[in-house]
Design a protein around this ligand. Structure first.
Ligand code: ADP
Length: 248
């Protein structure tokens, strides 16, 4: 097993854009059920790394495995999504004209490839799962509300709920607490701690307080490679990390 039991395994990955090395011999792995935070200055390669994992960008060289058997470089973007890798971009993309319930139901239909909604009914396992997700994302009191009327934080949670309806093994989240109130950020931390263990999560964030609450291991990316990795205290005390954040 070249991945050593890891759910996500990147080794010596390289990507250049017009001769510029955006990803430079990047090696990184994540254990099943782990919640990993990724930090790093602008231009470090965080977005490009997520693009590689989800099949949006094809690397020039390297190894990218999902579990011990799936070579992600052999799959395109929609295939990777259906293999169980969900991605959430910074901006929420819920359907504003639909209710919370309808958004979650639609996410399931899309995942199942249901073309016509006319005869689609949730079975009892799916209904149970939807209820459980509503509870996890703190929206059980807002089932019939239009998504457009939710707060920014609630929209972010709904979008996470939509990903959960598709039963992902690995979730990639880009700045999930950006623009949230302190209370919403605290509830998002709670939500992530609920997901940890059941799913593997890779979270790109800048909010150090939030990272401290949720993550055991933090990876610092810089110039397309891992600069440092460890607890938040370890990486924040690392000379090279301090230089990258303060010295440039
Ligand atoms: P981060 O998300 O950490 O801010 P990115 O992955 O967006 O970093 O970018 C890494 C580097 O690659 C940056 O210098 C950026 O300008 C460059 N880059 C990203 N995408 C492209 C692209 N499609 N074409 C050219 N350069 C790109």
């Amino acid at each position: 097993d070249i991945t050593h039991g890891r759910i996500l395994y990147l080794e010596d990955v390289n990507v250049s854009f017009d001769g510029f090395k955006a990803i430079n011999n990047l090696s990184l792995d994540i254990a099943p059920g782990e919640l990993r935070c990724i930090i790093g200055p602008n231009g470090a390669g965080k977005t490009t790394m997520m693009d590689i994992i989800t099949g949006k960008t094809r690397p020039d060289s390297g190894t990218v495995y999902f579990g011990s058997t799936i070579d992600l470089l052999r799959h395109n973007e929609p295939e990777i999504a259906s293999l169980g890798i969900g991605r959430k971009f910074q901006k929420p993309t819920v359907f504003e004209q639909l209710s919370v319930f309808e958004n979650l139901e639609l996410a399931l239909k899309t995942h199942k490839g249901v073309k016509s909604s006319m005869f689609f009914r949730l079975d009892s396992a799916q209904s149970d799962r939807l209820a459980e997700i509503l509870h996890t994302i703190h929206l059980e009191g807002s089932v019939t509300r239009m998504a457009g009327n939710l707060s920014h934080g609630q929209k972010q949670w709904l979008e996470i709920g939509m990903l959960l309806m598709q039963d992902p093994k690995l979730l990639l989240l880009d700045e999930p607490v950006a623009g949230m109130t302190d209370e919403e950020t605290a509830r998002t931390a709670e939500l992530f701690l609920t997901l940890k263990g059941k799913h593997s999560l890779m979270v790109v964030e800048h909010d150090m307080g939030f990272i401290r609450t949720i993550s055991e291991i933090v990876t610092v990316l810089c110039d397309g490679a891992v600069l440092a990795q460890g607890t938040l205290d370890q990486v924040q005390g690392d000379e090279r990390v301090i230089e990258v954040y303060l010295g440039r």
